[in-house]
Design a protein around this ligand. Structure first.
Ligand SMILES: Cc1cc2nc3c(=O)[nH]c(=O)nc-3n(C[C@H](O)[C@H](O)[C@H](O)COP(=O)(O)OP(=O)(O)OC[C@H]3O[C@@H](n4cnc5c(N)ncnc54)[C@H](O)[C@@H]3O)c2cc1C
Length: 460
């Protein structure tokens, strides 16, 4: 039996015995069959059962609940969206962009509400996000984000901070300023996903673990296929496997699996925290294109996450990419570069997982009543609260009880497919390298010649 607790610090400390639930015993007939025991699948089940308690809902999970990104992420439960506010405005207009941002704020509060009502102790903490300018070159990005939020009428939730004001909150090297975003929280990801599973079971949903789905058939009923049998669903089949969907031949190019890797320190001493500050436990990042995200955990450790593990040909997902030593060593160095006062700190955990990146960076949620296939995916590392929103929308679309959420620009759309190989590999490796060079060049005040091209591709 695999040792699931080794997949992340979160699974190790979620307080659950991770012994798998029983797997699918034989073929079944249900109302709704869901592939994937992560946040997307479980929020969908949760809201379906909340509005239709008599519905027969089955969740089919290849490993255990929380095995995927939902049990491994950085713990940011944020209203941040994979597409920037200004790009949303550019693509969908001011009103729709604003509606989406307001719905994202709502999702953060909704997660807090459900944790409370279902007694899920997910260490929810609303500390906001601090996006740091580490160098003068980051300041224009912060100003333009603030202006975009202000145009959407949300400026009161954000504040531009000077370097001195940041120092009062957190002591990090090279800081020139920050954007503070109040409507954001952090949480214990695995406690949330495991608690959600229990809430669904309480409402009559059934979860089968160690049940890999090998394919699906649209129709009436729509069907999930597995070695143990078929699950026929009269209302809908929900495909909620995020980056792993690429392993189903029909969905191979719908997203790109990109690895995000995390390093965790031992708990810091009181003196170390005094030197750093960070008393409000904000989620912290910089404006780097190579992405960095930091969380102060409830037990006083620093979680530092970053992209960087190279994309593997053919959208390969494999265990060895989760422990990519060069990337993890690089992250350890980053921790010390950000916080030189932590020289000698011990790093206790390293892990990683893949995020699903759509070709246009825009998450999607859709249900086709003709084929009875529903899906939500493409969160690009911003899925903790977005999945709450997409799960709610999926439940609305499937049950026909639509609200204004089903009108949001993420609903009833689809992203273009990724290019075929070897084009995909060439383009993604180029972007990974270009983003690294842009970050390096920015620090020295000289971006590479192809910076504009890489930024353009990265935003489209
Ligand atoms: C390292 C890392 C850090 C991240 N940090 C953050 C963060 O701080 N904040 C944030 O908002 N987002 C973050 N994300 C992204 C976020 O975790 C995801 O967007 C979110 O968890 C997606 O949930 P999901 O249910 O769609 O997918 P998953 O959690 O990946 O769940 C999919 C499930 O489907 C199962 N499955 C797949 N294929 C099959 C099959 N064929 N048959 C049966 N079951 C199958 C998998 O085993 C898995 O359990 C991070 C992701 C990673 C990897």
């Amino acid at each position: 039996m695999p040792n699931y607790s080794q997949r992340s610090f979160w699974l190790e400390t979620c307080g659950d015995d991770l012994t798998p639930r029983p797997s699918l015993p034989h073929s079944l007939d249900v109302d709704v069959a869901i592939l994937g025991g992560g946040y997307t699948g479980l929020w969908t089940a949760y809201y379906l059962l909340e509005s239709n308690p008599d519905l027969k809902v089955a969740v089919l999970e290849k490993e255990i609940v929380g095995f995927g990104a939902s049990g491994r992420n950085g713990g940011w439960c944020s209203s941040k969206f994979p597409v920037s506010a200004s790009m949303l405005e550019h693509r969908y207009g001011l009103e729709k962009a604003r509606a989406l941002m307001v719905a994202m704020n709502g999702a953060v509060d909704e997660i807090a509400r459900v944790c409370e009502s279902e007694q899920i102790d997910a260490h929810f903490h609303k500390g906001g996000i601090l996006t740091l300018a580490r160098g003068e070159h980051h300041l224009p990005m912060l100003r333009s984000s603030f202006e975009a939020y202000s145009r959407l009428g949300l400026g009161q939730q954000y504040a531009l901070l000077s370097a001195e004001q940041v120092q009062d909150r957190i002591r990090v090297t090279h800081v020139r300023g920050a954007l503070f975003a109040a409507e954001n929280a952090s949480l214990h990801p695995a406690r949330l996903v495991r608690g959600l599973a229990r809430a669904i079971e309480k409402r009559g949903g059934v979860i089968y673990e160690k049940t890999g789905i090998t394919g699906f058939r649209p129709g009436s009923p729509a069907t999930l296929l597995s070695a143990a049998g078929e699950v026929r669903a009269s209302r809908a089949v929900v495909l909620a496997g995020e980056s792993y969907l690429t392993q189903l031949p029909q969905l191979h190019r719908v997203v790109l699996p990109i690895y995000s890797l995390i390093t965790l320190t031992e708990p810091l001493s009181e003196q170390q925290w005094d030197a750093i500050g960070w008393q409000h436990r904000e989620s912290v990042a910089s404006c780097n294109y190579t992405v960095d995200y930091l969380t102060r955990t409830a037990d006083g450790r620093i979680l530092f996450g970053s992209r960087g593990a190279p994309y593997r040909f053919g959208s390969l997902i494999s265990d060895d990419q989760e422990l990519h030593t060069p990337t993890h060593s690089h992250i350890e160095q980053l921790v010390l570069e950000w916080f030189p006062m932590l020289q000698g700190i011990r790093f206790t955990h390293h892990w990683g997982g893949s995020v699903g990146m759509p070709r246009d960076w825009m998450p999607m949620v859709a249900f086709d009543p003709r084929t009875r296939i529903a899906t939500a995916r493409g969160y690009t590392g911003q899925g903790v609260s977005t999945t709450n929103l997409t799960g709610k929308i999926l439940a609305e679309l499937i049950s026909g009880q639509r609200t204004h959420l089903s009108e949001l620009p993420i609903a009833e759309r689809s992203s273009p497919l990724w290019e075929i190989e070897p084009l995909r590999w060439l383009a993604v490796r180029y972007m990974q390298d270009a983003f690294r060079r842009i970050d390096e060049g920015g620090k020295k005040g000289k971006e590479p010649m192809d910076a504009a091209l890489a930024k353009y591709i990265g935003a489209h």
